[in-house]
Design a protein around this ligand. Sequence first.
Ligand SMILES: Nc1ncnc2c1ncn2[C@@H]1O[C@H](COP(=O)(O)OP(=O)(O)OP(=O)(O)O)[C@@H](O)[C@H]1O
Ligand SMILES: [Mg+2]
Length: 248
Amino acid sequence: MSIIAVGSAKASPGATSLSVGLGLSWEWTTGRRAVLVEADGDGGVLAARFGLASVPSLVELSGTARHELTMARLQASCQLLAGQLPTLVAPGCGETTTLVLASLAKRLTDGFGRLDDIDAVVDVGRIRPHSPAAELIEHCDLLVLVTRPCFDQLVPLVHQARRTISHDIPTTLVCVGDRPYSPTEMAKACQLDLLGVMAYERRIAQALGRGLPPHQRHRRLLMWRTLTELVHRIQFRVQAAPAGREAA
Ligand SMILES: Nc1ncnc2c1ncn2[C@@H]1O[C@H](COP(=O)(O)OP(=O)(O)OP(=O)(O)O)[C@@H](O)[C@H]1O
Ligand SMILES: [Mg+2]
């Protein structure tokens, strides 16, 4: 299993929305199943935003702590987002989520390592030095940092990128929108490669909430084309990575 962590340095740039979009596009693009994990220490929003129940969640999975993480246990704690994407939601309360992740993050990381035929897109929220999702971030196959291309997000992004690069975490950048700064300039300033640019779609939550369109022609809409292309690029980087990481 690959672990794709999606997070930000600051200011709600769209990390959760991108995580959902990548998760929904994953199987169609790669042919592999995906699970979306909400590991945001500030608390979850997926249940509220996408009309899911508050139970089961990370809390129920943490209740099985004495047992190995199996696909059956993982699935039993997941809900289907948009009727399509198995999703492990976080409780809305940040303190509870932080507490649960303190023990669950390592178990998830180890467990995902053993599950071969499914990939995890993990929304790790804002990345801080002692993030409760640190274990998942440090052992991910790729960290996707999300930013808007604007000046007030640039400085925190540069510092965040420096930290992840110094910890040898394979990191890439996605810009949401392409104004006022050029995404290429943002990537250059923080010495990351630019994975791509996610279009600024005003009604993104509603569009994602309807799930991946069943008809091929509707998947040609810009948002789904962008997400598909991002998934392709992520898969390419992950497949190209192991030799490079070992050699580093
Ligand atoms: N591509 C996009 N185009 C337009 N609006 C977006 C896009 N992505 C996210 N948004 C909007 O921006 C707001 C924040 O999005 P989201 O929750 O995905 O950000 P986040 O980075 O996860 O925030 P937080 O740091 O608070 O977890 C939401 O209202 C969402 O609908
Ligand atoms: Mg979020």
